[in-house]
Design a protein around this ligand. Structure first.
Ligand code: E4P
Length: 215
């Protein structure tokens, strides 16, 4: 499974990239807003940090606006993927963009029918938001399972990005289900390293060594 990081913070992206386990980045307008920086400059800098796919979302919500923003994004860097919301104009735009060879990530997906529409339009990626589904009492990971099954049943090549990841369990279940990608906030990415026995083990090894052999 590929690990993307879900942030627009370049320090977090640099750190994750330095670990050698980063396959890509997803941003959205809210994440860009947190950084209070120019949108295009920020995405360009992110694209320079990682050769992986970097999702940048359109701000327009009409077909013409989305297509024209998407074409502009392709001029920013080769690895930009254009994020488009799952609305009728969005799907129409994805169809046009896929015919032009522009990669797309269909976002704000909350059920399998939305995911199938994205795949039929030729989306490169589809992003079910598992945390937001859980927030309203649903089962986000079950929706991912339904999408993976439907895509396998019909041979769609659209990759599934598990998005709105809130905790390590979301990542573990994504691995069990065979999701293509999880886009993970920096906080959760750091938690993937963690186990109390690892910390205790390091402490004990060093203490044993020091007790027997000194510094
Ligand atoms: C995915 O592409 C989105 O940027 C993101 O995962 C949304 O997550 P949130 O529900 O934590 O805002």
């Amino acid at each position: 499974m590929k690990f993307f990081i879900d942030t627009a913070n370049v320090d977090e992206i640099r750190t994750a990239a330095s670990w050698g386990v980063l396959d890509g980045v997803t941003t959205n307008p809210s994440l860009i807003a947190i950084e209070k920086r120019n949108y295009k400059e920020t995405v360009k800098e992110i694209c320079d940090i990682t050769p992986g796919a970097v999702s940048a979302e359109v701000l327009a919500t009409d077909y013409d606006g989305m297509v024209s923003e998407a074409r502009e994004w392709t001029q920013v860097a080769e690895n930009v993927v254009v994020k488009v919301p799952i609305i009728p104009d969005g799907i129409k735009a994805v169809k046009t963009l896929s015919q032009e060879g522009i990669k797309t990530n269909v976002t704000l997906v909350f059920n399998v029918t939305q995911a199938i529409l994205a795949a039929k339009a030729g989306a490169t990626y589809v992003s079910p938001f598992v945390g937001r589904i859980d927030d309203i009492g649903g089962d986000g990971m079950y929706v991912v399972e339904e999408i993976l099954t439907a895509f396998a049943n019909y041979g769609f090549e659209t990759e599934v990005i598990v998005a709105s990841v809130r905790h390590v369990r979301h990542v573990v279940e994504s691995l069990e289900m065979g999701a293509d990608i999880a886009t993970i906030p920096f906080k959760v990415l750091k938690q993937l390293f963690k186990h109390p026995l690892t910390d205790i083990g390091i402490e004990r090894f060093l203490a044993d060594y020091k007790a027997a052999l000194g510094d």
